[in-house]
Design a protein around this ligand. Sequence first.
Ligand code: ZN
Length: 147
Amino acid sequence: MTTALVVCPDCAAKNRVPTEKEHLQAKCGRCGASLQGAARTGVVIGLNDANFGGIVEQSPLPVMVDFYSPTCGPCKMVAPLVENIAASFAGRAVVCKLDTSTHQTLASRFQIRGVPTMLFFKDGQLVDQVVGAAGQPELERRLEQLL
Ligand SMILES: [Zn+2]
């Protein structure tokens, strides 16, 4: 069973939430606050126009977003690395992916010219980026700097 680590927005407690039960209204085990809308960590979150603002721009944790395209070879090579990074930064950073072929408004807003492009956000601000396929240690180093 896959579980995501959700950091409570009220008390910062870390809650394990099975991804199979994401449709349920999870509550914080410590303070009882709703975890609805809180960013999950430990897994890669698929972004869209509706959840981008809440997850990326209001995250209390640093965020890495993989801008990819499903038809791009290098993107497919990077995808498992992004999953590894999500797992190893569980509870410390939020890791997301955004399909640029179906979300062109967000891609053009961030002036994505090629995929994969990794954008790094801290306190809702774009602070770093890596264009092209980078190795896992390089991406982890960039994220580490934002913790
Ligand atoms: Zn809480």
